[in-house]
Design a binder for this molecule. Structure first.
Ligand code: PMT
Length: 380
């Protein structure tokens, strides 16, 4: 059994201090004000209509190594979970605020973007020099186009991009606060792959980190580097390379702001977070631990290797609920245990697992709204 120590949760005032410190030290993205204005209009519009609204976060967050960023650390997430979930939330009648990593997958266009499905492969030249969908793709494309247009025309979808971890956290905090008027009709569905580590600005180089000392000292007529050979220009990381010539990256932990989100930024909305692991033996424990620690409403656990085939719902007062797409030999899988990746068929599942996840989230959201209304003494 793994240690279970929710008492490690910092007291509320320490969370507030960590928040002030982080947001004071890490500048907001330059488009924050513009995004906040767009998000406010969108949220107010749907709040006035009494509609459910979900904030879907999606894609990876970068960790810049330089202020004028040339290099950054990134993670694997393509935004498939977020973009696909957004479509099923729209299908379920939710307005969707889609906070996504710039250039990651977007709802609807995801069917025709990124390298495996280049959009040009779906097109051909028609008569009179027009561009038309290939016959075999036209029906699906028309369906996707109609869904997309409907979402846009009815103002049901707003997509806002972020890039770095600090952009993401600034955007998340501002938007979550704006969602308060929605009360329990607001849902936060946190599918972005959020970095756990970052370089704090006071230790971040302003300019591109140099791999040679050719710029040091700055050239004058007398010491021009053109007069000397470069003293370092190789990528050999053998022990013979001195530390001064390596790039040693020293990262601080990113504060976990889920507690602040639950207690401060969005105290009435339902919060569903994702938990990603690679080790199947710790997934459920870590998901339950996260729920106990942050006291929110749902943790959806998934494993990197099987995330398109199964997830596990961990929520207060309920037994763990595994959700799986059907597959050949799926009947042999133990109901309450992660599937063995080796038993899965090759390639992608025929059913998108988000088509099963979203109705299950919606059901929990309905229960959540009822429980908040009952607590407030509102009878329907
Ligand atoms: O985009 P895809 O390729 O489809 O992949 C989808 C996914 C695997 C990324 C998605 O399903 C998923 O699991 N997203 C969450 C990944 C993640 O950040 O997991 P985590 O275990 O590191 O974090 C758990 C929770 O803590 C997350 O809700 C996160 O928002 C939160 N967190 C994480 C780091 C951090 N510094 N602060 C946080 O609050």
């Amino acid at each position: 059994m793994l240690p279970h120590t929710p008492s490690e949760t910092p007291p509320a005032n320490l969370n507030a201090l960590a928040e002030d410190h982080y947001f004071g030290a890490n500048p907001p993205p330059k488009d924050l004000e513009k995004h906040v204005a767009l998000a406010k209009d969108f949220i107010d519009f749907h709040s006035a209509a009494g509609r459910r609204l979900v904030l879907v976060t999606s894609g990876g967050t970068t960790v810049p190594l330089e202020k004028q960023t040339v290099r950054f650390i990134d993670n694997f997430s393509a935004g498939t979970r977020g973009a696909t979930s957004a479509e099923y939330f729209l299908e379920a009648g939710y307005a969707v605020l889609f906070l996504h990593r710039q250039f990651s997958l977007l709802p609807f266009s995801r069917h025709y973007s990124h390298a495996t499905d280049c959009f040009l492969d779906f097109l051909r030249e028609g008569s009179n020099g027009s561009v038309v969908a290939r016959d075999e793709d036209a029906a699906k494309m028309l369906h996707v186009l109609r869904k997309y247009r409907e979402a846009r025309d009815k103002n049901m979808l707003l997509a806002l991009p972020f890039v770095s971890i600090s952009d993401y956290l600034h955007e998340l905090r501002s938007i979550a606060r704006l969602m308060r008027p929605l009360g329990p009709n607001g849902l936060l569905y946190l599918a972005a792959a959020v970095s756990d580590f970052f370089v704090p600005p006071d230790r971040m180089s302003e300019h591109k980190i140099q791999s040679t000392n050719a710029a040091d000292p700055l050239p004058t007529k007398s010491n021009s580097p053109l007069n000397e050979p470069e003293t370092f220009d190789n990528f050999d990381s053998s022990p013979a390379v001195p530390r001064s010539k390596r790039l040693v990256v020293d990262l601080d932990p990113v504060p976990k702001f889920l507690k602040n989100l639950v207690e401060g930024w969005s105290p009435e909305g339902m919060i569903a977070s994702f938990k990603l692991e690679t080790d199947p033996t710790i997934l459920v424990h870590k998901a339950r631990y996260s729920l106990d620690r942050y006291q929110h409403h749902l943790v959806i656990g998934n494993l990197l290797s099987t995330r398109k085939w199964e997830v596990v719902f961990v929520s207060p007062g309920n037994p763990d609920q595994w959700i799986r797409v059907p597959f050949k030999d799926g009947g042999a899988v133990k109901k309450d245990e992660p599937v063995d990746p080796k038993s899965l068929p090759e390639g992608e599942p025929e059913v998108e697992i988000e088509s099963l996840i979203i109705p299950a989230v919606e059901e929990l959201h309905t229960k959540y709204i009822k429980s908040v209304e009952e607590r407030k003494g509102i009878k329907n």
